[in-house]
Design a binder for this molecule. Structure first.
Ligand code: HEC
Ligand code: HEC
Length: 358
Protein backbone atom coordinates (compact mmCIF):
# COMPACT_ATOMS: atom_id res chain seq x y z
CA UNK A 1 0.00 0.00 0.00
CA UNK A 2 1.01 3.61 -0.56
CA UNK A 3 1.75 5.82 2.50
CA UNK A 4 -1.60 7.73 2.13
CA UNK A 5 -3.56 4.48 2.10
CA UNK A 6 -1.76 3.17 5.20
CA UNK A 7 -2.49 6.49 6.95
CA UNK A 8 -6.15 6.62 5.92
CA UNK A 9 -6.82 3.02 6.99
CA UNK A 10 -4.74 3.50 10.17
CA UNK A 11 -2.59 0.42 9.36
CA UNK A 12 0.87 1.71 10.42
CA UNK A 13 2.10 -0.84 13.00
CA UNK A 14 1.53 0.62 16.49
CA UNK A 15 5.04 -0.45 17.51
CA UNK A 16 6.52 1.79 14.79
CA UNK A 17 4.99 4.95 16.29
CA UNK A 18 7.28 7.17 18.43
CA UNK A 19 7.77 5.43 21.80
CA UNK A 20 6.70 7.35 24.91
CA UNK A 21 8.82 7.49 28.07
CA UNK A 22 7.48 5.04 30.73
CA UNK A 23 5.86 8.09 32.34
CA UNK A 24 5.99 10.74 29.66
CA UNK A 25 4.50 13.68 31.63
CA UNK A 26 7.12 13.09 34.36
CA UNK A 27 10.14 11.99 32.26
CA UNK A 28 13.70 11.91 33.57
CA UNK A 29 16.57 9.44 33.73
CA UNK A 30 15.56 5.81 34.24
CA UNK A 31 17.88 2.81 34.56
CA UNK A 32 17.31 -0.93 33.99
CA UNK A 33 17.09 -3.04 37.18
CA UNK A 34 20.29 -5.04 36.60
CA UNK A 35 22.33 -1.81 36.46
CA UNK A 36 20.73 -0.45 39.64
CA UNK A 37 21.61 -3.70 41.47
CA UNK A 38 25.24 -3.71 40.34
CA UNK A 39 25.85 -0.06 41.33
CA UNK A 40 24.25 -0.64 44.72
CA UNK A 41 26.56 -3.61 45.23
CA UNK A 42 29.75 -1.84 44.14
CA UNK A 43 29.21 1.73 45.39
CA UNK A 44 26.22 1.61 47.79
CA UNK A 45 24.72 4.31 45.53
CA UNK A 46 21.02 3.76 44.82
CA UNK A 47 19.68 4.61 41.34
CA UNK A 48 16.15 3.37 42.16
CA UNK A 49 13.39 5.89 41.43
CA UNK A 50 10.51 5.60 43.90
CA UNK A 51 8.02 6.79 41.27
CA UNK A 52 8.91 4.64 38.28
CA UNK A 53 10.37 1.36 36.97
CA UNK A 54 12.18 0.77 33.70
CA UNK A 55 9.81 -0.65 31.07
CA UNK A 56 11.55 -2.86 28.46
CA UNK A 57 12.23 -6.56 29.29
CA UNK A 58 15.90 -7.41 29.94
CA UNK A 59 16.17 -9.85 27.02
CA UNK A 60 15.75 -6.95 24.58
CA UNK A 61 18.60 -4.97 26.19
CA UNK A 62 22.35 -4.97 25.46
CA UNK A 63 24.75 -7.50 26.98
CA UNK A 64 25.72 -6.56 30.56
CA UNK A 65 28.46 -5.92 31.38
CA UNK A 66 29.60 -5.07 27.86
CA UNK A 67 33.14 -5.78 26.66
CA UNK A 68 35.46 -2.79 26.10
CA UNK A 69 37.78 -2.48 23.11
CA UNK A 70 40.43 0.26 22.92
CA UNK A 71 41.60 1.76 19.62
CA UNK A 72 45.04 2.15 21.20
CA UNK A 73 45.41 -1.51 22.32
CA UNK A 74 43.59 -3.79 19.84
CA UNK A 75 46.03 -6.54 20.83
CA UNK A 76 44.39 -6.80 24.27
CA UNK A 77 40.85 -7.58 23.05
CA UNK A 78 38.21 -6.98 25.72
CA UNK A 79 39.80 -5.02 28.59
CA UNK A 80 36.75 -5.06 30.91
CA UNK A 81 37.68 -8.37 32.60
CA UNK A 82 33.93 -9.03 32.65
CA UNK A 83 33.31 -6.22 35.16
CA UNK A 84 31.19 -3.08 35.24
CA UNK A 85 33.70 -0.23 35.38
CA UNK A 86 33.00 2.12 38.30
CA UNK A 87 34.83 4.52 40.58
CA UNK A 88 35.66 1.48 42.74
CA UNK A 89 37.66 -0.47 40.15
CA UNK A 90 38.56 1.84 37.22
CA UNK A 91 42.07 2.45 38.52
CA UNK A 92 43.06 -1.19 38.99
CA UNK A 93 41.47 -2.11 35.62
CA UNK A 94 43.09 0.66 33.56
CA UNK A 95 46.29 1.76 35.29
CA UNK A 96 49.13 0.77 32.95
CA UNK A 97 46.90 0.64 29.83
CA UNK A 98 45.99 4.35 29.73
CA UNK A 99 48.16 7.43 30.14
CA UNK A 100 47.50 9.54 33.26
CA UNK A 101 45.41 12.08 31.33
CA UNK A 102 43.13 9.40 29.89
CA UNK A 103 42.88 7.76 33.31
CA UNK A 104 41.71 11.07 34.79
CA UNK A 105 39.16 11.38 31.95
CA UNK A 106 37.83 7.93 32.80
CA UNK A 107 37.68 8.82 36.50
CA UNK A 108 35.40 11.76 35.67
CA UNK A 109 33.21 9.52 33.49
CA UNK A 110 32.57 7.20 36.47
CA UNK A 111 32.18 10.00 39.06
CA UNK A 112 28.60 10.80 40.16
CA UNK A 113 27.33 14.35 39.65
CA UNK A 114 23.96 15.79 40.74
CA UNK A 115 21.09 15.44 38.28
CA UNK A 116 17.40 16.38 38.10
CA UNK A 117 16.03 13.12 39.62
CA UNK A 118 19.14 12.13 41.62
CA UNK A 119 20.42 14.87 43.94
CA UNK A 120 20.02 16.13 47.48
CA UNK A 121 16.93 18.38 47.24
CA UNK A 122 13.45 17.35 48.40
CA UNK A 123 12.06 17.21 44.86
CA UNK A 124 14.48 14.46 43.77
CA UNK A 125 12.98 11.06 42.74
CA UNK A 126 15.16 8.83 44.96
CA UNK A 127 14.15 7.92 48.50
CA UNK A 128 17.39 9.12 50.06
CA UNK A 129 19.50 12.13 49.05
CA UNK A 130 21.60 10.93 46.13
CA UNK A 131 25.19 11.54 45.08
CA UNK A 132 23.91 11.73 41.51
CA UNK A 133 24.64 9.82 38.32
CA UNK A 134 27.78 9.06 36.32
CA UNK A 135 28.20 9.17 32.55
CA UNK A 136 28.80 5.40 32.66
CA UNK A 137 25.49 4.79 34.50
CA UNK A 138 24.00 4.96 30.98
CA UNK A 139 27.04 4.54 28.73
CA UNK A 140 28.12 1.58 30.86
CA UNK A 141 31.60 0.34 29.96
CA UNK A 142 31.60 2.94 27.17
CA UNK A 143 28.70 1.05 25.57
CA UNK A 144 25.04 1.36 26.62
CA UNK A 145 22.60 -0.36 28.98
CA UNK A 146 19.61 1.20 27.16
CA UNK A 147 18.90 3.61 30.03
CA UNK A 148 16.29 6.11 28.90
CA UNK A 149 15.57 9.83 29.21
CA UNK A 150 13.63 12.63 27.49
CA UNK A 151 15.36 15.02 25.09
CA UNK A 152 16.08 18.27 26.92
CA UNK A 153 15.39 20.83 24.27
CA UNK A 154 11.86 20.38 22.92
CA UNK A 155 8.69 21.89 24.44
CA UNK A 156 5.90 21.39 25.31
CA UNK A 157 6.45 18.18 27.30
CA UNK A 158 4.32 15.90 25.07
CA UNK A 159 6.52 16.72 22.05
CA UNK A 160 9.79 15.78 23.77
CA UNK A 161 11.31 12.61 22.28
CA UNK A 162 12.10 9.58 24.40
CA UNK A 163 15.83 8.82 24.04
CA UNK A 164 17.63 5.48 24.05
CA UNK A 165 21.26 5.76 25.21
CA UNK A 166 23.60 5.32 22.22
CA UNK A 167 26.90 3.43 22.61
CA UNK A 168 30.05 5.56 22.83
CA UNK A 169 31.92 2.90 20.82
CA UNK A 170 33.23 4.37 17.60
CA UNK A 171 32.62 8.04 18.47
CA UNK A 172 36.12 8.66 17.11
CA UNK A 173 34.96 8.16 13.52
CA UNK A 174 31.73 10.14 13.96
CA UNK A 175 31.21 13.81 13.20
CA UNK A 176 27.76 14.59 14.66
CA UNK A 177 26.64 13.97 18.24
CA UNK A 178 23.13 13.76 19.64
CA UNK A 179 20.30 12.31 17.56
CA UNK A 180 18.64 15.68 16.98
CA UNK A 181 21.05 18.51 17.85
CA UNK A 182 24.06 17.53 15.70
CA UNK A 183 26.66 18.95 18.11
CA UNK A 184 29.96 18.98 16.29
CA UNK A 185 32.44 17.53 18.76
CA UNK A 186 32.61 14.97 21.55
CA UNK A 187 33.83 17.82 23.79
CA UNK A 188 30.71 19.88 23.06
CA UNK A 189 28.45 16.94 23.79
CA UNK A 190 30.25 16.10 27.05
CA UNK A 191 29.78 19.68 28.23
CA UNK A 192 26.18 19.78 27.03
CA UNK A 193 25.20 16.57 28.89
CA UNK A 194 26.30 18.08 32.22
CA UNK A 195 25.08 21.62 31.70
CA UNK A 196 21.78 20.97 29.92
CA UNK A 197 20.67 17.34 29.49
CA UNK A 198 21.11 16.40 33.18
CA UNK A 199 18.61 19.13 34.16
CA UNK A 200 16.14 19.03 31.26
CA UNK A 201 17.58 22.22 29.80
CA UNK A 202 16.67 24.38 32.84
CA UNK A 203 19.65 26.37 34.17
CA UNK A 204 17.75 27.66 37.24
CA UNK A 205 16.89 24.15 38.51
CA UNK A 206 20.43 23.07 37.67
CA UNK A 207 21.87 25.72 40.00
CA UNK A 208 19.45 24.80 42.79
CA UNK A 209 20.24 21.08 42.57
CA UNK A 210 24.00 21.55 42.37
CA UNK A 211 25.13 21.40 38.73
CA UNK A 212 28.75 20.37 38.28
CA UNK A 213 30.16 22.65 35.57
CA UNK A 214 33.06 20.84 33.93
CA UNK A 215 36.13 22.88 33.05
CA UNK A 216 36.79 22.70 29.30
CA UNK A 217 40.58 22.53 29.27
CA UNK A 218 41.29 20.19 32.17
CA UNK A 219 38.15 18.04 32.47
CA UNK A 220 35.99 18.02 29.32
CA UNK A 221 39.02 17.47 27.13
CA UNK A 222 40.25 14.54 29.26
CA UNK A 223 36.81 12.89 29.25
CA UNK A 224 36.53 13.33 25.49
CA UNK A 225 39.96 11.81 24.95
CA UNK A 226 39.00 8.65 26.78
CA UNK A 227 35.69 8.40 24.90
CA UNK A 228 37.57 8.64 21.60
CA UNK A 229 39.56 5.50 22.53
CA UNK A 230 36.43 3.32 22.62
CA UNK A 231 36.50 1.10 19.55
CA UNK A 232 33.71 -0.76 17.77
CA UNK A 233 33.64 -4.49 18.63
CA UNK A 234 35.67 -6.77 16.33
CA UNK A 235 33.89 -7.84 13.12
CA UNK A 236 36.06 -10.74 11.92
CA UNK A 237 34.10 -11.25 8.69
CA UNK A 238 34.77 -7.73 7.38
CA UNK A 239 37.74 -6.75 5.22
CA UNK A 240 39.57 -3.40 5.33
CA UNK A 241 36.85 -1.79 3.20
CA UNK A 242 34.20 -2.84 5.71
CA UNK A 243 32.71 -5.35 3.25
CA UNK A 244 32.28 -9.08 3.81
CA UNK A 245 35.25 -11.30 3.08
CA UNK A 246 33.70 -13.99 0.81
CA UNK A 247 36.02 -16.62 2.32
CA UNK A 248 34.51 -16.04 5.78
CA UNK A 249 30.88 -15.02 5.19
CA UNK A 250 27.99 -17.42 4.58
CA UNK A 251 25.52 -17.37 1.65
CA UNK A 252 22.79 -15.50 3.51
CA UNK A 253 25.15 -12.77 4.74
CA UNK A 254 26.51 -12.27 1.23
CA UNK A 255 23.01 -12.04 -0.27
CA UNK A 256 22.14 -9.57 2.51
CA UNK A 257 25.12 -7.41 1.58
CA UNK A 258 23.97 -7.44 -2.03
CA UNK A 259 20.49 -6.21 -1.03
CA UNK A 260 21.90 -3.61 1.41
CA UNK A 261 24.05 -2.01 -1.31
CA UNK A 262 21.61 -2.74 -4.16
CA UNK A 263 17.82 -3.09 -4.16
CA UNK A 264 17.31 -1.70 -0.62
CA UNK A 265 19.58 1.34 -1.02
CA UNK A 266 20.52 1.24 2.66
CA UNK A 267 24.10 2.16 1.78
CA UNK A 268 23.07 5.61 0.48
CA UNK A 269 22.76 6.68 4.11
CA UNK A 270 24.80 3.87 5.72
CA UNK A 271 27.93 3.57 3.51
CA UNK A 272 30.86 1.24 4.38
CA UNK A 273 33.20 0.97 6.21
CA UNK A 274 31.34 2.24 9.31
CA UNK A 275 27.86 2.28 7.80
CA UNK A 276 27.07 5.92 8.54
CA UNK A 277 27.22 8.98 6.29
CA UNK A 278 27.73 11.17 9.38
CA UNK A 279 24.67 13.21 8.39
CA UNK A 280 21.07 13.60 9.52
CA UNK A 281 18.07 12.45 7.48
CA UNK A 282 14.35 13.03 7.73
CA UNK A 283 12.68 9.65 7.16
CA UNK A 284 9.20 11.29 7.29
CA UNK A 285 7.50 8.36 9.01
CA UNK A 286 4.56 10.73 9.59
CA UNK A 287 3.56 10.09 5.96
CA UNK A 288 2.09 6.83 7.28
CA UNK A 289 0.02 7.92 10.30
CA UNK A 290 -2.12 10.72 11.64
CA UNK A 291 -0.77 12.55 14.71
CA UNK A 292 -2.12 11.17 17.99
CA UNK A 293 -1.44 11.07 21.73
CA UNK A 294 0.18 7.83 22.96
CA UNK A 295 0.51 7.67 26.77
CA UNK A 296 1.25 11.37 27.06
CA UNK A 297 3.50 11.52 23.97
CA UNK A 298 2.29 13.43 20.93
CA UNK A 299 3.24 11.06 18.11
CA UNK A 300 3.74 13.43 15.18
CA UNK A 301 6.79 14.20 12.99
CA UNK A 302 10.29 13.29 14.26
CA UNK A 303 12.22 15.68 11.98
CA UNK A 304 15.83 15.09 10.89
CA UNK A 305 17.66 12.43 12.94
CA UNK A 306 21.32 11.38 13.00
CA UNK A 307 22.23 8.34 10.87
CA UNK A 308 23.59 6.02 13.54
CA UNK A 309 26.52 3.81 12.41
CA UNK A 310 25.65 0.15 11.86
CA UNK A 311 29.13 -1.22 12.75
CA UNK A 312 28.57 -3.37 15.84
CA UNK A 313 24.81 -2.79 15.58
CA UNK A 314 23.85 -6.27 16.85
CA UNK A 315 25.15 -5.24 20.30
CA UNK A 316 23.01 -2.16 20.88
CA UNK A 317 19.30 -2.91 20.93
CA UNK A 318 16.73 -1.39 21.14
CA UNK A 319 16.89 0.58 17.88
CA UNK A 320 16.14 4.10 16.58
CA UNK A 321 16.77 7.22 18.67
CA UNK A 322 13.85 6.42 21.00
CA UNK A 323 14.33 2.63 21.13
CA UNK A 324 10.92 1.93 19.57
CA UNK A 325 12.25 -1.06 17.55
CA UNK A 326 13.33 -3.95 19.78
CA UNK A 327 15.13 -6.19 17.27
CA UNK A 328 17.08 -5.96 14.00
CA UNK A 329 14.19 -7.85 12.38
CA UNK A 330 11.96 -4.92 13.37
CA UNK A 331 14.34 -2.42 11.77
CA UNK A 332 14.15 -4.28 8.46
CA UNK A 333 10.33 -4.28 8.57
CA UNK A 334 10.43 -0.56 9.43
CA UNK A 335 12.69 0.43 6.51
CA UNK A 336 10.82 -1.92 4.19
CA UNK A 337 7.76 0.30 4.76
CA UNK A 338 9.56 3.67 5.02
CA UNK A 339 11.37 3.08 1.71
CA UNK A 340 8.49 1.14 0.11
CA UNK A 341 10.84 -1.70 -0.84
CA UNK A 342 8.53 -4.75 -1.06
CA UNK A 343 11.25 -7.09 0.24
CA UNK A 344 10.55 -10.84 0.28
CA UNK A 345 10.77 -12.89 3.50
CA UNK A 346 14.11 -14.32 2.35
CA UNK A 347 15.51 -10.85 1.55
CA UNK A 348 14.51 -9.62 5.01
CA UNK A 349 16.27 -12.59 6.66
CA UNK A 350 19.38 -11.99 4.57
CA UNK A 351 19.51 -8.30 5.53
CA UNK A 352 19.35 -9.22 9.22
CA UNK A 353 22.09 -11.85 8.75
CA UNK A 354 24.27 -9.21 7.07
CA UNK A 355 23.72 -6.63 9.84
CA UNK A 356 24.65 -9.23 12.48
CA UNK A 357 28.03 -9.62 10.77
CA UNK A 358 28.81 -5.88 10.89
C1 HEC B 1 20.43 9.03 31.32
C2 HEC B 1 21.56 8.38 30.76
C3 HEC B 1 22.75 9.21 30.31
C4 HEC B 1 23.75 9.76 31.06
C5 HEC B 1 23.89 9.75 32.55
C6 HEC B 1 24.69 10.32 30.11
N1 HEC B 1 24.26 10.12 28.84
FE1 HEC B 1 25.26 10.59 27.15
N2 HEC B 1 23.64 10.12 26.07
C7 HEC B 1 22.46 9.63 26.57
C8 HEC B 1 21.44 9.68 25.56
C9 HEC B 1 20.00 9.24 25.73
C10 HEC B 1 22.06 10.23 24.41
C11 HEC B 1 21.41 10.53 23.06
C12 HEC B 1 21.08 12.01 23.07
C13 HEC B 1 20.32 12.45 21.85
O1 HEC B 1 20.06 11.65 20.97
O2 HEC B 1 20.00 13.66 21.77
C14 HEC B 1 23.45 10.47 24.76
C15 HEC B 1 24.41 10.93 23.87
C16 HEC B 1 25.74 11.10 24.20
C17 HEC B 1 26.79 11.38 23.25
C18 HEC B 1 26.60 11.49 21.74
C19 HEC B 1 26.59 10.11 21.15
C20 HEC B 1 26.12 10.02 19.73
O3 HEC B 1 26.22 8.92 19.17
O4 HEC B 1 25.63 10.99 19.15
C21 HEC B 1 27.94 11.52 23.96
C22 HEC B 1 29.31 11.80 23.42
C23 HEC B 1 27.60 11.35 25.35
N3 HEC B 1 26.26 11.08 25.46
C24 HEC B 1 28.48 11.46 26.41
C25 HEC B 1 28.08 11.51 27.73
C26 HEC B 1 28.89 11.99 28.81
C27 HEC B 1 30.31 12.48 28.67
C28 HEC B 1 28.15 11.89 29.95
C29 HEC B 1 28.50 12.32 31.34
C30 HEC B 1 28.80 13.73 31.48
C31 HEC B 1 26.87 11.31 29.57
N4 HEC B 1 26.86 11.13 28.22
C32 HEC B 1 25.87 10.99 30.47
C33 HEC B 1 22.27 9.13 27.84
C34 HEC B 1 23.07 9.48 28.92
C1 HEC C 1 17.48 8.06 3.87
C2 HEC C 1 18.54 7.56 4.72
C3 HEC C 1 18.43 6.14 5.23
C4 HEC C 1 18.21 4.96 4.52
C5 HEC C 1 17.97 4.81 3.04
C6 HEC C 1 18.29 3.89 5.48
N1 HEC C 1 18.54 4.38 6.73
FE1 HEC C 1 18.80 3.29 8.41
N2 HEC C 1 18.77 4.99 9.50
C7 HEC C 1 18.71 6.28 8.98
C8 HEC C 1 18.49 7.21 10.07
C9 HEC C 1 18.34 8.72 9.93
C10 HEC C 1 18.41 6.44 11.23
C11 HEC C 1 18.08 6.95 12.64
C12 HEC C 1 16.56 7.05 12.75
C13 HEC C 1 16.06 7.29 14.16
O1 HEC C 1 16.80 7.04 15.10
O2 HEC C 1 14.90 7.73 14.32
C14 HEC C 1 18.60 5.06 10.83
C15 HEC C 1 18.62 3.99 11.73
C16 HEC C 1 18.85 2.68 11.36
C17 HEC C 1 19.01 1.59 12.29
C18 HEC C 1 19.02 1.70 13.82
C19 HEC C 1 20.33 2.26 14.29
C20 HEC C 1 20.43 2.41 15.78
O3 HEC C 1 21.55 2.56 16.29
O4 HEC C 1 19.40 2.40 16.47
C21 HEC C 1 19.16 0.44 11.54
C22 HEC C 1 19.39 -0.95 12.08
C23 HEC C 1 19.09 0.84 10.16
N3 HEC C 1 18.93 2.20 10.09
C24 HEC C 1 19.15 -0.05 9.10
C25 HEC C 1 18.84 0.33 7.81
C26 HEC C 1 18.60 -0.62 6.74
C27 HEC C 1 18.70 -2.13 6.86
C28 HEC C 1 18.27 0.10 5.64
C29 HEC C 1 17.89 -0.39 4.27
C30 HEC C 1 16.80 -1.37 4.25
C31 HEC C 1 18.34 1.51 6.03
N4 HEC C 1 18.67 1.59 7.34
C32 HEC C 1 18.11 2.56 5.16
C33 HEC C 1 18.83 6.60 7.66
C34 HEC C 1 18.62 5.75 6.62
Amino acid sequence: MKPDEIREKDLWPKGFLPLPHPNHPEGGMLFPGFHIEEIKKQEARDLTRFDLDYDLPDHFLPEFPAPIYLTTRPDLGDVSQGKVVTLMNYYELFNGILNPKQLEGLRLLVTPFPQQQFNQTEDRRSALPSRGVTCFDCHVNGHTNAATHLVGDIRPQEFRHRLDTPPLRGVNIQRLFGSQRALKTIEDFTEFEQRAAYFDGDPVIATKKGVNILERGSQVHFMAEFQALLDFPPAPKLDIYGKLDPAKANESELRGQGIFFGKANCAVCHPAPYYTDNLMHNLKAERFYKPRMVNGRMASADGPIKTFPLRGIKDSPPYLHDGRLLTLEDTVEFFNLIQQLNLTEQEKKDLVAFMRAL
